[in-house]
Design a protein around this ligand. Structure first.
Ligand SMILES: [Zn+2]
Length: 345
């Protein structure tokens, strides 16, 4: 089925926990937040002719009443969420209890348990793909890194503790306010703004991390172009995003946890992810699956009609499926992990 997508104006009130209005005017998880839905052309090629893949998918966490379609661009193949909340109002779909803003660290028993479980469970992945991505010390001398989308600040802290001068960008005012102190970096090292709106000096960073970020962006090409501009000569970009071509997506279809509408605005395959990075002057040096364990149990819960987070059901499934998940991680997995650098001029 092919359709030319027309304008899709709509406003609706989000039900949810009480939140706070940010200084920028975005609202995060507030009862009564107004979400404006918009139609958008393809973020990769700019065309608007698309075929419909899935219709009427709700937010799997139940933060809002809207339903969303997934459509595939007939020109370049990029899959996108349609309609989508506007950049100014999408904050309503990122409430304070959004998982990446939750803190799992320190001496919390769950954090220790997770680390132990991870050590054992990463073995099949390690055999097939090598050591999982981990934070390395800077390559020598003073080195500066930028974490785009700092979430709870845990990655920022790891890089800082490894010797990097760590900076971050985060659109959520609540997360940005606490991430710097949690990471132990100066408060002005975490810039609270959507990544599309941030300006930084060219050739400022030796490493830029975009982990599970590009799929959330209204204008991913603009942010990739900025990352290319901010990279010092010889610097690297680490970019990770869900793989729409994975077997898990084909198995779970509209119930796949990583569809995560409407927070995920674009849904990349290896081809469209490489096209995105290449379109703004990044050359990919390596690409492999990301090691992660959350998507499979979350997708099973989704299929059962339950919310894919927290609770006894999630923990039971997480543990019950772990042997299968570990073996599956040696194969094609739910997300792609790319290391790229500036392409030669
Ligand atoms: Zn396209």
């Amino acid at each position: 089925m092919m359709s030319r997508l027309g304008s899709w104006p709509a406003e609706c009130t989000v039900q949810g926990r009480e939140g706070r209005r940010s200084a920028s005017g975005c609202q995060y998880g507030g009862i009564g937040s107004t979400v404006i839905l918009e139609s958008a052309s393809c973020s990769l090629c700019g065309e608007d002719v698309a075929s419909v893949l899935y219709r009427g998918i709700p937010d799997q966490f139940g933060h809002g009443p809207h339903r969303f379609d997934l459509v595939r661009c007939k020109v370049c193949g990029l899959v996108r969420t349609q309609p989508r909340p506007s950049r100014e109002t999408i904050g309503a779909y990122y409430p304070p209890d959004y998982a990446p803003y939750q803190v799992y660290e320190g001496k919390d028993r769950r954090a220790l348990y997770r680390r132990l479980l991870r050590r054992v469970s990463e073995y099949p992945y390690r055999v097939r793909h090598g050591a999982p991505l981990h934070v390395e010390p800077p390559p020598g001398g003073a080195a500066r890194m930028l974490d785009v989308g700092v979430g709870d600040g845990s990655s920022l802290r790891e890089y800082s503790q490894a010797g990097w001068e760590a900076w971050g960008v985060e659109p959520s005012p609540e997360a940005a306010a606490s991430a710097a102190s949690r990471a132990g970096v100066p408060a002005d090292h975490v810039i609270q703004a959507p990544a599309e709106e941030v300006s930084l000096p060219p050739e400022s960073f030796d490493l830029i991390r975009l982990s599970h970020v590009v799929e959330h962006l209204h204008d991913p090409r603009r942010v990739i172009a900025k990352a290319r501009l901010w990279l010092r000569p010889g610097g690297r970009v680490i970019a990770i995003c869900p793989n729409f071509a994975s077997w898990e997506r084909r198995l779970f279809r509209r119930r796949w946890m990583q569809l995560d509408v409407p927070r995920h605005l674009n849904h990349f395959t290896p081809d469209t992810f490489l096209a995105l990075l290449g379109s703004e002057g990044l050359a990919v040096r390596s690409m492999r699956p990301e090691l992660e364990f959350m998507t499979l149990p979350g997708s099973v819960l989704n299929t059962m009609g339950l919310r894919p987070k927290g609770g006894v059901a999630y923990r039971a499934l997480f543990l019950g499926l772990m042997p299968f998940t570990c073996l599956a991680r040696a194969l094609d997995t739910a997300a792609m992990e790319v290391v790229a650098e500036a392409a030669a001029a």
